[in-house]
Design a protein around this ligand. Structure first.
Ligand SMILES: C[S@@+](CC[C@H](N)C(=O)[O-])C[C@H]1O[C@@H](n2cnc3c(N)ncnc32)[C@H](O)[C@@H]1O
Length: 670
């Protein structure tokens, strides 16, 4: 370590003085590194290019004395046996500090020090920071930049942040005026916005002061600390560094070798691009720790809203977990327990479970599990319905979100400044997350729709190949596509067997081979009659599924036919009969079904049965009986899943963007 100005790019005069100032106070900068600046990275730290070899891991590159840190401890003039934190001329009333709390105190203290100008103790540091008017987070985007973030959710997040900060500023400044503090008018909103942004984009947690502050005075969060020089390196996701807190100083130590000429990066934590953009004003292309935060908008009277209310009753302490962890991870997201199921490696467990509860049917909600940390449908026979419905629902959302993002960028010119570039990186990152997650959701649904292939490695690979072939070329980079393949193949799925989603005509394959043809003929007969005599019925999937379910139930109810049924079908029908009671009245039936019930009563369908070769329905089987039709209609409504039809086609943005749906009936595997 040395006190030489050759550690700084000669153009960075203020930074040279900053280094000297830090050194005067007992700090140090390793002679192996230098401060540099370029257009895209701003001021940053580099290993000197002329070094003969890499700097080894465990090198302490910067050492900042605690005496030059700035925090709430200075605002209150904190003293402990290990250190003292002077106020350096900015003296707010203690009662005001206690009223507004450490966050606001830090922002006002920074404003106060800034207002002291050259007189201030931290002047050598503050002059090297971006000055008011030079900040680049989206809160400061000018007219020429805002078009670049339209449609991304960033404008809404910015408005919300301004709203919160305005409220905090108003409260703090009003109380400061009331306290009789002089010079309040110099503490402007604009300066507060600057100070808060500086803190959000540079401060460290109070843990860095653990050597100088008594443990009881060190809160978990709420206190942020500015550390001159240590706050200079830029962020690189997954960079291996450590901030080592000593009694008198804080060291920045690299935990990996860094080659000559390479940037020495800090690691601001596993931040996604939204957090980086909002808090720091930049985004990282291909950020492995990127994820999308999903806002579900849970209505209080929805199944999930009610379950959450129940959770609070049962576990009042759960109220402190205000943050919802509803995330969609990019396929490179690194922080996964080895046993994490494939679906949860992309859709966070909280999001996945929330969606399954939202999309569950009455029957599945009997299997709701509410603990302090989780609300979910317990896995078990028949409960994959909510998984398929959740994946279908999230697919519609992903398609809409990514196509809207693309549409909002259609008229943008080439980027001409860094704000444009970071906005573009942000938007593209979100589209990548959406499209990758859509492949995962589509894969699970494709497995549900697959009735021929089994779950062997060869079958799985062939099915995956078919799915990936349908994904439009050029939308996602090849490395991302192969990463998705790996995610699918390397991790166990929550769905253990294929073939649980049936289109109407496919349901007959559940019958023994010799019953399939006659049953289908019989159904076609009904369909023909229905389209002629009750036209609305033919285009109403719920009523049509009800007719087939009714046929299967009547088959099961015939003692002669039942003995021939495969166990999967018998088991499912018995399950439905146990789960759904026969309705006691005709309330709530749809018009097409009601008309069909009337029609069926008049024509006596049992009399057709013999002609169609389904003798087992000819007797008194209840076949198309109004009550059974009603029952089957309720079952169809609960057990149907509307899946997206050709989800990948819409991504091509060719022709109509309407999202076509396909009705399927869920039939659990044993
Ligand atoms: C803690 S400071 C780092 C020093 C900063 N480069 C400077 O010029 O003062 C954080 C700021 O650095 C910039 N920054 C950090 N990491 C970056 C990166 N990977 N790419 C681009 N800018 C980055 C952003 O402007 C961010 O708000």
């Amino acid at each position: 370590m040395a006190a030489l100005s050759d550690q700084v790019d000669p153009k960075l005069e203020a930074h040279t003085e900053l280094v000297n100032w830090v050194i005067q106070h007992g700090g140090a900068v390793s002679k192996t590194v230098r401060i540099s600046q370029d257009a895209s990275r701003g001021v940053h730290l580099q290993v000197k290019a002329d070094l003969p070899s890499a700097i080894p891991k465990e090198t302490k590159v910067i050492n900042t004395p605690i005496s030059v840190s700035m925090s709430w401890y200075n605002a209150v003039g904190y003293e402990s046996p290990h250190g003292s934190f002077p106020k350096y001329g900015v003296d707010f009333p203690r009662s005001w500090i206690d009223q507004i709390g450490p966050e606001e105190t830090s922002a006002f203290f920074l404003m106060g020090q800034y207002l002291r100008g050259e007189e201030g103790f931290w002047y050598p540091y503050l002059r090297t920071l971006p000055q008011p008017g030079q900040l680049t987070t989206p809160l400061f985007f000018g007219e020429e930049d805002v078009d670049w973030i339209q449609g991304t959710g960033i404008p809404e997040a910015s408005v919300e942040r301004i709203r919160i900060w305005e409220r905090k500023f108003d409260e703090a400044i009003t109380l400061l005026e009331e306290s009789g503090f002089l010079d309040c008018e110099r503490f402007t909103w604009e300066l507060y916005l600057w100070a808060s942004t500086i803190i959000t984009s540079r401060a460290f947690s109070a843990k860095v002061l653990s050597g100088a502050v008594q443990p009881d005075d060190l809160p978990e969060d709420g206190i942020s600390v500015l550390l001159p020089l240590i706050d200079l390196p830029n962020h690189r996701p997954m960079a291996k560094v450590e901030w080592r807190a000593g009694d008198e100083d804080i060291g920045l130590i690299v935990l990996e070798d860094v080659a000559p000429g390479e940037e020495v990066s800090n690691n601001y934590g596993p931040r996604n691009n939204e957090q980086l953009f909002m808090n720091y004003g930049f985004c990282i292309a291909g950020n492995p720790t990127d994820y999308r935060i999903v806002h579900l908008g849970v209505k209080p009277d929805s199944p999930l809203g009610q379950a959450k209310a129940r959770q609070l009753e049962l576990f009042p302490q759960a109220a402190k977990n205000v943050e919802e962890h509803y995330y969609i991870f990019n396929p490179y997201y690194p922080f996964m327990a080895p046993e994490t199921p494939m679906e949860h490696s992309i859709f966070s467990p909280a999001l996945f479970n929330a969606l399954t509860v939202m999309e569950s049917n009455v029957r599945e909600r009997k299997m709701l599990e509410i603990t302090e940390d989780t609300i979910r449908i317990i896995p078990g026979y028949g409960n994959n319905h909510s998984i398929y419905a959740a994946l279908a629902q999230i697919s519609f959302e992903l398609i809409a979100h990514s196509t809207n993002l693309k549409a909002s960028a259609e008229d943008l010119p080439e980027p001409t400044n860094l704000n444009h570039i970071h906005s573009q990186i942000y938007r593209n990152g979100q589209i990548l997350i959406d499209e990758s997650a859509l492949i995962i959701a589509s894969w699970c649904i494709a497995r549900g729709r697959e009735h021929k292939r089994g779950e062997s490695w060869e079958d799985t690979k062939a099915l995956l190949h078919e799915l990936m072939e349908r994904f439009p070329a050029g939308l996602l980079p090849d490395d991302v596509l192969s990463r998705i393949r790996v995610r699918i193949l390397e991790r166990p799925s929550l769905i253990t067997k294929n073939g649980e989603l049936y289109r109407l005509g496919e349901l007959f394959s559940l019958l023994p081979a010799e019953m399939q043809q006659p049953s289908q003929t019989c159904f076609q007969h009904i369909l023909g009659e229905a389209s002629q005599n009750v036209p609305p019925m033919a285009s109403d999937p719920q009523s049509l599924f009800a007719t087939v379910i009714c046929l299967l139930i009547a088959t099961y109810n015939s003692p002669e036919a039942r003995s021939r049924l495969p166990s999967r079908l018998s088991c499912w029908v018995a399950f439905l009969l146990e789960q759904y009671p026969l309705p006691s009245d005709a309330e709530g039936v749809s018009e097409p079904l009601e008309l069909f019930q009337e029609y069926a009563k008049a024509v006596n369908p049992a009399s057709w049965a013999a002609g169609d070769g389904v003798d087992w329905l000819a007797e008194d089987s209840g076949w198309l009986d109004a009550k059974w039709l009603h029952w089957a209609w309720i079952v169809a409504g609960e057990e149907m899943v509307m899946i997206p039809l050709d989800p990948f086609d819409i991504l091509k943005m060719e022709g109509s963007l309407s999202m076509l749906k396909q009705a399927c009936l869920y039939v659990p595997q044993e």
